[in-house]
Design a protein. Structure first.
Length: 79
């Protein structure tokens, strides 16, 4: 699982959540998985998806918010 280890080294929360979600989905596909374990994995997938959604929302808000005025910065003239 060299790829997952490399992605965790990037330390991007959204990338980490994506890797963890993929790993949980792979475990769900295991034929020997018992019902109780499957239910726990489904709950984990739901939680991870919620965290990923929150990360995306935070990034979208940050991208849409205007940058703060910096001290000494002059305003641009109106066109």
């Amino acid at each position: 699982m060299w790829l997952a280890a490399t992605l965790f080294a990037v330390n991007d929360p959204l990338t980490e959540l994506s890797v963890r979600l993929e790993e949980a989905a792979q475990r769900l596909r295991a034929p020997e998985l018992e019902v109780d374990s499957a239910l726990a994995l489904i709950e984990e997938c739901s939680r991870l998806a919620g965290e990923a959604s929150s990360q995306v929302d935070q990034r979208m808000r940050a991208a849409l918010e205007p940058l703060p005025d910096l001290p000494g910065q002059l305003p641009l003239p109106a066109a």
